[in-house]
Design a protein around this ligand. Structure first.
Ligand code: DGL
Length: 267
């Protein structure tokens, strides 16, 4: 089935998840939507994130998508079960795959989770991990400044090192051996975070397991693209086309030359 997969995020960060889907499922067509007019979601209420997500899902369904990936950790954390129950297409979030990866990665059963305020406040990562294994202990920390630092391109910068130390120093006291990068932007900070936490801590990017879960779901439902005409990617945003293009060039292995600006409030 060559219908596309819909991938959405509060903005540009979800391209880190789209990138992994492209890598693991190169034969699939994608429609990516970034809600660049209404980002960030990490500071918004659950009701607002649900309302935005429903509009986006209606838009993606109008594009004929066969499955949807919520690339945004915040939206996955606060509203995946509600949304999945409402629509016929499979909807996959990034939180459960991220928790599964972390449970596999840890040996000492001490796991750290970093994300937006919304993700951390939801407590969903902790709940899923404790359900998987009640012996797991979880320590969480919201790192809201990481998002603007990544969007400014300040990856290998002194200011990012300082912020990393400020946020992560308290995690060092908990003897964690796995740290979930529970926000779309954080995998782009693998270097400063990995350098600060040290090599005994495995950094978990939920995107990897999310793409694996998507692949398994497509196969199970018999809707994977086997028609040989895939690999087409379309991009939509609700604002800031130029900024999206610059970010896309930094994150994706392929050049994006067209982004469509749409009025998401209409959906
Ligand atoms: N995409 C969001 C997430 O992964 C980060 C940016 C935001 O706060 O909207 O949680």
């Amino acid at each position: 089935m060559n219908a596309p997969i819909g991938v959405f995020d509060s903005g540009v960060g979800g391209l880190t998840v789209a990138r992994e889907i492209m890598r693991q499922l190169p034969e699939e067509n994608l429609v990516y939507f970034g809600d660049t007019a209404r980002v960030p979601y990490g500071t918004k209420s659950k009701e607002t994130v649900i309302r935005y997500s429903k509009q986006i899902i209606r838009f993606l369904l109008s594009k004929g998508v066969k499955a949807i990936v919520i690339a945004c950790n915040t939206a996955s954390a606060v509203c995946l079960p509600e949304l999945a129950a409402l629509y016929d297409v499979p909807i996959i979030g990034v939180v459960e795959p991220g928790a599964n990866s972390a449970a596999k990665a840890t040996k000492n059963k001490n796991i750290g989770i970093i994300g937006t305020n919304g993700t951390v406040k939801s407590g969903v990562y902790t709940k899923l991990l404790r359900k998987k294994d009640p012996e797991i202990t979880v320590v969480t920390k919201a790192c809201p400044l990481f998002v603007p630092l990544v969007e400014e391109g300040l990856i290998d910068d002194r200011i990012t090192e300082d912020v990393t130390q400020r946020y992560l120093s308290e995690l060092k006291g908990y003897d964690i051996d796995a740290l979930v990068l529970g926000c779309t932007h954080y995998p782009l900070l693998m270097n400063p975070i990995g350098h600060y936490m040290g090599e005994k801590v495995t950094l978990v990017n939920p995107a990897y397991e999310t793409a694996k879960t998507l692949k398994a779901t497509l196969n199970e439902k018999n809707i994977a693209n086997t028609e040989g005409n895939g690999g087409n990617h379309e991009y939509y945003v609700s604002d800031m086309v130029e900024q999206f293009l610059t970010f896309a060039d930094r994150v994706l292995p392929c050049h994006v030359d067209k982004v469509n600006d749409i009025e998401i409030e209409k959906y």
